[in-house]
Design a protein around this ligand. Structure first.
Ligand SMILES: NC(=O)c1ccc[n+]([C@@H]2O[C@H](COP(=O)([O-])OP(=O)(O)OC[C@H]3O[C@@H](n4cnc5c(N)ncnc54)[C@H](OP(=O)(O)O)[C@@H]3O)[C@@H](O)[C@H]2O)c1
Length: 262
């Protein structure tokens, strides 16, 4: 896939994995990138940081349908085209279910799942016109294996995995490649309060993900060989994974106690 002259929309590219994806796309020739995120200052800073790229900054909340309508109409007005949509923006609020506020539950589902579904729907009329397009959805290793205390987050990430697969089959007649990526713990602002060591580098995640897109992979799964074995076991013999979860229960409770990035 040639990224030059492609019209690309990435949500949440003002930080972390999204920003690394933006930079890697630029390194590979992309020159028109729309970024949707909430914080206007961080959006403005992207234009200074990446002057070689035409950045169309849209301050919007992915969980607000009216914001999404405004974002799409800005893209239509400015470019009249869209080739690649990357649904990357996401939030997390971990903990025992009864300790997560109602607001955090509603917002995790709205930002991580309902928002990307709505945004994809609203982009489809443009994406369907592309001669070589793509939809990339960012799930998580937790979208395959749900560890304790990531109950709501894992549900949203499994949802996005299924959404991707269904969409690929819905849209098989269009030249749109639909791919899901499953990062493991990656060193980004989202993980600031997660107390995890040896995290992946977001630049590596971006590089491997874009290699996956070029190679037309459907799923780009991080976490090494053991993650693939565990995914298989989670399906064929879930008791094994349950036992692993019990062994790690106290450590996971401690690790997730302050893990909130909303
Ligand atoms: N880091 C990890 O370990 C890890 C592992 C697996 C999966 N993931 C997934 O990877 C994706 C990126 O994560 P990250 O770690 O890079 O996160 P991050 O560092 O917290 O960055 C999140 C980005 O999303 C934007 N965002 C958050 N809520 C938004 C909303 N309601 N509307 C629009 N934009 C919003 C943020 O900008 P504003 O705050 O300005 O809106 C920011 O640009 C997420 O989907 C996450 O679930 C991350």
């Amino acid at each position: 896939m040639d990224f030059k002259d492609k019209h690309i929309l990435i949500t949440g590219a003002t930080a972390g994995i999204g920003k690394a994806l933006l930079e890697e796309l630029m390194n590979r020739g992309a020159d028109k990138i729309a970024v949707l995120a909430r914080n206007q200052e961080k959006l403005d800073a992207l234009k200074t940081e990446f002057p070689k790229v035409e950045i169309l900054a849209v301050s919007a909340d992915v969980s607000n349908p009216k914001d999404l309508d405004r974002a799409i109409s800005e893209i239509e007005k400015t470019w009249g085209a869209l080739d690649i949509l990357i649904n990357n923006a996401g939030v997390v609020s971990a903990g025992a279910l009864e300790d997560i506020s109602d607001e955090d539950i509603v917002n995790q589902v709205a930002i991580n799942l309902t928002g990307p579904i709505l945004l994809t729907k609203k982009c489809l009329h443009l994406l369907k016109k592309s001669n070589e397009g793509a939809i990339v959805n960012v799930s998580s290793g937790l979208g395959f294996i749900a560890w304790p205390f990531y109950n709501v987050y894992a549900a949203t990430k499994a949802g996005i995995r299924q959404f991707s697969d269904a969409l690929r089959r819905d849209l098989y007649q269009y030249p749109l490649h639909i791919m899901t990526i499953y990062p493991t713990a990656t060193e980004t602002p989202m993980m600031k309060n997660a107390a995890v060591e040896n995290m992946d580098d977001p630049k590596m995640v971006a590089r491997v993900s874009l290699d996956g897109l070029i190679n037309k992979e459907h799923h780009v799964i991080f976490g090494g060989e053991q993650r693939l074995i565990d995914i298989e076991l989670n399906h064929s013999d879930p008791d094994v994974i349950d036992r692993k979860a019990i062994e790690r229960y106290d450590a996971l409770r401690e690790r997730t106690e302050k893990h909130r990035a909303m």
